[in-house]
Design a protein around this ligand. Structure first.
Ligand SMILES: *Cc1c(COP(=O)(O)O)cnc(C)c1O
Length: 380
């Protein structure tokens, strides 16, 4: 099936495609959820499922071992409910205008970091009491209550729970992945915060901390539930182990057709700034993907793509909408498929390779694939 991505941008020509292998994704979710057991698996489908498309990936996750879903905010959670998903959905990023009433009425689990959020739930006029997961800051320093603010947050939640405004359900945090030692310290901080809360009379049905990295390598951090994200998309959370090493399969293949072929002389400057010059008479192929589609401009000069089974470096600067490859004397025709990244099984680069070209992480490579790229689903 082909569908426009859910940003509402119409299908764009030329045909740029991100092929999403749902069977690979299901394999990854099954592998990870088996590994995590007896902990449950919550699958992170935030940021449009890391660029893969939220709805199809959410459904595939729930078919293959995940028992709940994580999104960033309430509107994404409501979109999943409107699409008919009945599994628990967790959302944790709220601003003062957050739709707490709609969230509570739609039975969305809420990650809560501050008393003002509890007050807003109480004032929202919701018809049912949402389950809240109180977040402790165990070192990442994003949201979550500090050690100093934690007792007041817990006490407020206990009070609202007693009034029937909400159900105090879980305590949780998120790791900094700075080092195994730092993650152990964070786990100890979570346990300490739970003890403090229990001292105040709180009872938690669930504790959760780990995302992909700790979910794979730190069994003691799995607790009641692991919030897996990037590993399920077939990208390793580790620098020193690939997805393949972990038995995981890349899910996204990014490709586009060659739209121009030309023969040029020796010492011919290519693309903005002429940062690349041919070193003999040569054939150039133009590929209609650029930084507006998520191809990182910093990978000009390092990035490689695959054409007719061979790898070619990108020649010169990556532009907004296009880049050039220099194929020398090799054959190429307009319409030939260029694979930017894929599974790696046929020798093409992976998103992990692109993370290396661009000095970033694979998460950023897939999450930034842009709105003009049509998502095409395999294995529905
Ligand atoms: C993104 C995110 C996850 C998933 O993280 P991965 O490293 O992609 O597995 C889990 N929990 C929270 C709070 C997140 O923001």
């Amino acid at each position: 099936m082909t569908q426009p991505n859910n940003t509402g941008v119409p299908l764009a020509a030329p045909r740029r495609e991100a092929v999403i292998d749902l069977d690979a994704f299901r394999h990854n979710v099954r592998t990870l959820s088996e590994l995590a057991k007896p902990a449950e698996t919550m699958l992170a489908v935030k940021a449009d499922a890391y660029g893969h498309g939220m709805l199809p990936l959410a459904r595939a996750a729930l078919e293959s071992g995940a028992t709940s879903l994580a999104v960033l905010d309430i509107p994404a959670a409501l979109a999943l409910r409107e699409a008919g998903i009945t599994a628990p959905i967790f959302a944790w990023m709220h601003d003062p205008d957050a739709l707490f009433r709609e969230a509570a009425d739609a039975d969305i689990d809420l990650g809560i970091s501050a008393v003002w959020q509890l007050d807003a739930i109480a004032a929202s006029g919701a018809s049912r009491a949402p389950r809240v997961h109180l977040k402790v800051d165990t070192g990442l320093s994003r949201n979550g209550a500090t050690e100093a603010d934690w007792p007041q947050l817990v006490q407020s939640a206990i009070d609202y729970d007693a009034q029937g405004v909400l159900t105090l359900h879980a305590a949780w945090s998120h790791l900094a992945d700075a080092s195994p030692e730092d993650d152990e310290i964070a786990l100890a901080r979570l346990h300490k915060a739970v003890a403090v809360a229990e001292g105040l009379g709180a009872r938690f049905a669930l504790l959760h901390l780990a995302a992909s990295s700790a979910g794979i390598r730190m069994p003691e951090a799995r607790l009641g539930l692991v919030r897996f994200g990037i590993a399920a998309y077939g990208i390793s959370p580790f620098d020193d182990r690939s997805a393949r090493d972990l038995g995981l399969r890349p899910v996204m293949t990014l490709r586009a057709p060659v739209v121009s072929v030309k023969r040029v002389p020796h010492d011919h400057g290519i693309s903005y700034g002429y940062t690349y010059r041919t070193d003999g008479e040569s054939t150039l192929a133009l590929v209609p993907l650029g930084y507006a589609d998520g191809i990182p401009r910093i990978a000009s000069g390092t990035g490689e793509v695959q054409l007719r089974g061979r790898r070619y470096p990108i020649a010169g600067r990556i532009a907004m909408d296009q880049f050039v490859i220099d194929v020398g004397d090799d054959a190429v025709e307009v319409g030939d498929e260029v694979v930017v990244f894929g599974t790696g099984d046929e020798g093409e680069p992976t998103a992990e390779d692109w993370a290396g070209y661009a000095d970033t992480i694979g998460d950023e490579i897939v999450a930034r694939v842009g709105a003009r790229v049509t998502r095409v689903y395999r294995g529905e």
